[in-house]
Design a protein around this ligand. Sequence first.
Ligand SMILES: Cc1cc2nc3c(=O)[nH]c(=O)nc-3n(C[C@H](O)[C@H](O)[C@H](O)COP(=O)(O)OP(=O)(O)OC[C@H]3O[C@@H](n4cnc5c(N)ncnc54)[C@H](O)[C@@H]3O)c2cc1C
Length: 373
Amino acid sequence: MVRTAEIGIIGVGTAGSMALWQLARRGVEVVGFEQFYPGHALGAAGGDTRLCRIASEGHEFIPMSRRARPLWRELEAESGLSLYDACGGLSIGQPDSAPICKVTGNAEAFGLPHEKLDAAELRRRYPHLPVQDGEIGFLDSEAGQVKAQVSIVAATDVAERAGAKILRGCAVSDIRADEDGVRFRAAGEDWRVRRLILSPGAWANAFGAAMLPAVTIKRVAVYWYPLRNAGLYRPDVFPILERQNGEGFFYAWPCIDGSTLKVALGQGIGLETIASPDGFDQSLMDGLRPRMDAVVAEYLPDVIPVQIRHAVAIDGYTGDGSFIFGPLAGAPNIIAMTGLSGHGFKMAPEIGRQAAEWATRGEPSADMLKMRA
Ligand SMILES: Cc1cc2nc3c(=O)[nH]c(=O)nc-3n(C[C@H](O)[C@H](O)[C@H](O)COP(=O)(O)OP(=O)(O)OC[C@H]3O[C@@H](n4cnc5c(N)ncnc54)[C@H](O)[C@@H]3O)c2cc1C
């Protein structure tokens, strides 16, 4: 017997969960297939939180990132869960440093709301942060942080309440498209759907290059340090921090657990290419701990420079940071949304919204036409 549904989603992770929510709220019959369970930490969503910075995005992603902001609030309202902190994002560095040049250039090009702070104003507003003479601050007032795995659980809970079905522990294979729809195998059963959304994240290569462009799989590390005075780092007083340091820049996230600060090194430090996403190594890369400890000791004086936790998650990267997003060549009833390249979380509800519009109307969005699959 062949089981059927109007729309299928393969991979109910970051992007897939948002498409599921967006389709279910439109009353569309949709089934999500997830090899593990929504909200797991074995893919791209591990590590508690995600930066939602606008001004630091690439030009083609700034409008998508801005359109996602109200959707995070809608997901909060529908799920009853607190997901998004509108904490703002602060970049600190020399005026000619790469991070400062990027955010100021984008703010001018897109008319983004922001504030520029000189060293004296930085010291006045954030007295616990060391600031050198000549450094400036750029405050991206539209930036925020979002709880990652919790958001996926929120989207799937809301979707299931609205009638969506999720098959957990159900890996999909053998996808074949024809003129009327798409067939595939899932947990020993044959399925047929009218349209298919393919959102397998770092598992994209398992479907073969004939179906999906290949992605490079990278594992990415983030770390936590204990706080002396957690009140200084609450999301209502401390923005996401991007700070120039001796060898580049680093990030710090506002504290959400009341006792630790999450940090990471920028410029690809803490990223490692791996061959397969299955059972990936969750240990910390060699030599990272002392480098991060030294940065914390120098730039975050209220943080105890003794790393107490780390997380490693994986994502699929394209060569140029663009997404694989749109109908597949030769299979117009399938869209791919993968290869989100280390910066897709903030846009996930908007990616899901565009996928839902495509699934119901059959027309690719302007963003899909720009990116293609
Ligand atoms: C450590 C880290 C930090 C990051 N920080 C940020 C940030 O600050 N801001 C930001 O915007 N982005 C950030 N990103 C990027 C962002 O998290 C990812 O781009 C995004 O989560 C990718 O979503 P996805 O849906 O493609 O993958 P996933 O969320 O991994 O979802 C893919 C899903 O497909 C399932 N699946 C795969 N194959 C099959 C199959 N055959 N059958 C059934 N199910 C299948 C998987 O189990 C998984 O659940 C970060 C990424 C990492 C790793």
